[in-house]
Design a binder for this molecule. Structure first.
Ligand code: EPZ
Length: 421
């Protein structure tokens, strides 16, 4: 397994280009199953999670071609069974259920396992499919959904922990080809849901209200091919904003959608950093030390759970005590024990991390666990004394396109050591 070695103490400056959004591209690639016509998707990031999704689509029988950031997919004749050996690598594979159910009225996909950030149930996805008149069964580790015909319905998809992003996308995709009108109450309002709805609209779907908690879908007979560019990745952008706040002199992010980052830029300016924000670029003026802040992760437009670990790294060096409360994935604190090995002073109280800022962090060998925790450890390594070795960087490669090269381009002293085995 590769590792990333970060030599702390270098300051960052310059410009970095943000890639297309992983969490937008994944459901949009799955949505191409809704038509037999070719679809062309631009700004698809080069990530292992995307590679797994393209593997699943090919396995289902779609023709898939990739030329740098553009993917062309034609799902003319496809099977409806996505097997365990591919699905187990990425739980977001679950978002092929909706399009397969919509177009073929049946699908069989391995149940996604849990992961280090917590149990990853799909009960709300199935609640939505059942509302559309589909039967859902779990058999031998697979989830099977099927319907004689899909009928539009009103369904509330809000769960105990709030709305479901992929669940909203899955049910929205199935509903595009149902008879009649579907209303999703308690829908997720994330920009990635809006991007998916915009792509479905280009395919001929009739969707209103994406980006609000109430989405209305009027079913149509069939959908046609379409061309679309994926929105910029707001979590990659937020990660680089934190890198710049921690270690930057002056860093500019290009190809961002600043509107999608309001909660993150507000948190970073509350922490005492100056930002220059334009529609598609943001400049951060790092000054090394941050003020303490108190954060709660919430569904969009609140502070995103996917930025929680990165903020813990930033606040580890704040002048005072901060708190970070996780309401979406209450167990999502795998990064805390590793940050503490680097000298951070963090105490976990249930779903709240109390962070006492320290003047210095020290480099150490640390273990990556989940995608965003791993990124947080790289960020901490940028300002730690000495060298930080982040192992199991395959976690990072799932969601960040060449993070080491992009940081190197900003002046970080960072290298990737290929596993010799
Ligand atoms: C998406 O996951 C993202 N992944 C996650 O990003 C992100 O953290 C999450 O949304 C929340 O914003 C992709 O888009 C590929 P949820 P998703 O369904 O849709 C509970 C990353 O780092 N829930 O919105 O799977 C669930 O347990 C990844 O890029 C149910 O109870 O998350 C959680 O507590 C990590 N039943 C909450 O809802 C369900 O049927 C939100 O989950 C579904 C979810």
């Amino acid at each position: 397994m590769d590792k990333i070695i970060v030599h702390g103490g270098r300051s960052l400056s310059g410009t970095v280009k943000i890639s297309g959004s992983k969490n937008s591209a994944l459901p949009i690639l799955a949505a191409t199953l809704l038509t037999r016509e070719p679809c062309i998707i631009h700004s698809v990031p080069d990530l292992s999670d995307i590679h797994y999704m393209l593997q699943i689509l090919s396995h289902l029988g779609a023709q898939v071609e990739r030329a740098s950031g553009t993917v062309t997919i034609q799902a003319d004749k496809v099977s409806t069974v996505a097997p365990y050996e591919i699905v187990r690598k990425m739980r977001a594979s679950v978002c092929v259920l909706g399009p397969l159910l919509g177009r073929h009225k049946e699908a069989r996909v391995s149940l996604p396992g849990g992961c280090v950030i917590g149990d990853r149930p799909i009960d709300l996805h199935l609640k939505g499919f059942r509302a559309l008149n589909a039967a859902c069964r779990v058999e031998a580790g697979d989830v099977k959904v099927f319907a004689d015909e899909l009928r539009g319905a009103t369904v509330d998809l809000e769960g105990r922990q709030g709305p479901t992003v992929l669940g909203t996308g899955n049910v929205m995709m199935a509903a595009t080809l149902a008879e009649g009108v579907t209303v999703i109450e308690g829908a997720a309002a994330e920009p990635e849901v809006v991007d998916l709805a915009n792509f479905l609209g280009k395919m001929g779907a009739k969707i209103e209200g994406a980006g609000t908690r109430r989405i209305t879908i009027e079913g149509v007979k069939e959908l046609h091919g379409a061309e679309h560019s994926v929105i910029p990745d707001r979590i990659e952008a937020g990660t680089f904003l934190v890198a710049a706040a921690l270690a930057g002199r002056e860093v500019t992010l290009r190809r961002v959608n600043a509107e999608h980052l309001n909660a993150v830029t507000n948190a970073i300016s509350d922490a005492g950093f100056r930002l220059h924000i334009q529609r598609d670029s943001i400049t951060v003026f790092g000054n090394g030390s941050s003020l303490p802040v108190h954060l709660i992760t919430e569904p969009y437009p609140g502070f995103p759970t996917d930025m929680q670990a990165q903020m813990c790294a930033l606040l580890s060096r704040a002048n005072g005590e901060s708190s970070v409360t996780e309401t979406v994935f209450p167990q999502r604190f795998m990064h805390v024990s590793e940050l503490k090995r680097m000298g951070a002073d963090i105490a976990l109280e249930g779903a709240t991390a109390r962070i006492n800022g320290v003047a210095r962090l020290s480099g150490a060998p640390v273990m990556a666990s989940d995608l965003r925790a791993s990124a947080a450890l790289v960020l901490a390594g940028l300002v730690a004394d000495g060298t930080t070795e982040v192992n199991r960087v395959y976690h990072i490669d799932r969601g960040y396109e060449s993070i080491d090269e992009k940081l190197m381009g900003l002046g970080a002293e960072i290298e990737r050591v290929k596993n010799q085995l």
